[in-house]
Design a protein around this ligand. Sequence first.
Ligand SMILES: Cc1cc2nc3c(=O)[nH]c(=O)nc-3n(C[C@H](O)[C@H](O)[C@H](O)COP(=O)(O)OP(=O)(O)OC[C@H]3O[C@@H](n4cnc5c(N)ncnc54)[C@H](O)[C@@H]3O)c2cc1C
Length: 519
Amino acid sequence: MAARLNRLFSRPQYLVAPASVAVVFSAYALNQNGASSSKTVDIGADPMLRSSSIGSLIGTWIVYKSCRFLRKSIVHTGSIPGLRELSHLVIRHTFFKQFVGGDTAEDCIPVMRRLRDVNIGCMLTYSVEEESAEQSDEHGTLDLIRANVQEAIRSIQVAGEENRKVTPAGQIGSTWVAVKLTGMTDPEILRRASDLILQQRKEESKKGSAQPSVPYPGSPTDLELARYMAQDQTSLSASDLARLRVLHADMRHILTVARDEGVRIIIDSEQSWYQPATDVMQMILSNEFNKLPSPSDSNAPAVFPLLYGTFQCYLQRNIPHLRQSLQHARENGYCLGAKLVRGAYREQELQHWINTGKEGIAPVWANKAETDACYNECLDIVVDEIAKDKDSTSPRVGLILATHNQKSAERLIEKMKENGLARSTVNGVEVDALVRKRIIIAQLYGMNDSMTSWLSHVFAPNGEPMVLNYVPYGALAEVMPYLSRRAVENKSVLGGETGAKFEATRVWGEMKRRMNSLG
Ligand SMILES: Cc1cc2nc3c(=O)[nH]c(=O)nc-3n(C[C@H](O)[C@H](O)[C@H](O)COP(=O)(O)OP(=O)(O)OC[C@H]3O[C@@H](n4cnc5c(N)ncnc54)[C@H](O)[C@@H]3O)c2cc1C
């Protein structure tokens, strides 16, 4: 029986329903033999698992047991009619349920509430990626973009409504919204604008008028911001310029609604060939929406970054780019919102570098150790900056540490303690209210629940959440690129010793505990 079940779970394309009672009891038998030798998992203190229904535990366990299938299924069955529908059916009842909040923002409300009940915040994101937009023609793309902008606004309103139920009026709540600029305009326009910015940087560097050089894809300068504001990108077509103006207006509208609703906005980072234009847009918007009140204005409301940009540490540019961004914020009197990630498109970056015949070394670090070192240094830089004005109600920088890497989370906590931003107490790590508004650690929903749960216990429960989950939503066809990207690129998260395998063991431990308690 155990061997047959093993075969079944190694080929879960044969599972049409998420689970059946027979599967559970057979699996119980299997794990009595198989799991007993695995490491002991302490699930006793995990209220997220304790509060899950047995059906959802079974679904979760199956998902983690069959992560390899997700990778293969999305990659290999996508174009085979019949098999594709069957695999989508399985995916909806397993992986979609595990990693996606729902089909719509409203569908995510139960997830948001469940997370909030255990003091975990939520970052909603409508998961339409560049791959889905690419398949449309000109009219289709325009319609899709309008729909995406409307959806971003809708999600902010849903988040705002939820926040108001638990957050005092005028304060920023614990539900955030993330957007991708390739979903807000035609990605090709972002690419053309980025190419032009890079070309202009090259020319200025030849003339000797460029700022200290930052490795590809560089970092925005005041000159570029001024040019953008004056719509003086002479080599872009009139229609591209008009569309960039619409993107700017749409983002301003999104941020205005977000400010009114008390919802913070994050701009995700994408492939490096979109970043120069994305960076410029991010800087212009931060300069407007994260502006610090003047020191003489004692009645000014506390301003915390409303807008965060994303800094990818697998790019060799990241340390000088982060330093230049911090300096720009300082000189221009606004707060820099910095989400630090390692980066999700490494394979694509390497391939793109080869395909486009670029010379020299690729823009990503050559090995994981270098990416890790860059991540650590960026973390240190931002925490040191936060420590400089930790008691200020006009802070100059806010941090989202977005990672599933436990060592990175531990480093953050140690660094906060060293800088007097946190202290160990009998109740856990205590963090002052003002600092809580400026530092948060985030994981992708369903990817590493044990780490999210561990973090929600490490910090003393005396205020706003210190940890949040990035919760994507969208119809199944729309979120497939997201699921595929996570599955194919996040092998370490899904497949590593501390990833899916560990999660499956943890969930199994809770199922076993319940069965034992039945007598
Ligand atoms: C809340 C949240 C938001 C995110 N938003 C974004 C975003 O906007 N943009 C984005 O790009 N990513 C984003 N990501 C994904 C993120 O960049 C990582 O891909 C993912 O989190 C895995 O990195 P890690 O820090 O969790 O852990 P780890 O498992 O320690 O690191 C894996 C990462 O290390 C790097 N790496 C792996 N092998 C090598 C190698 N041989 N050489 C060099 N580097 C290597 C890669 O970046 C890889 O993703 C987000 C992640 C989270 C949790």
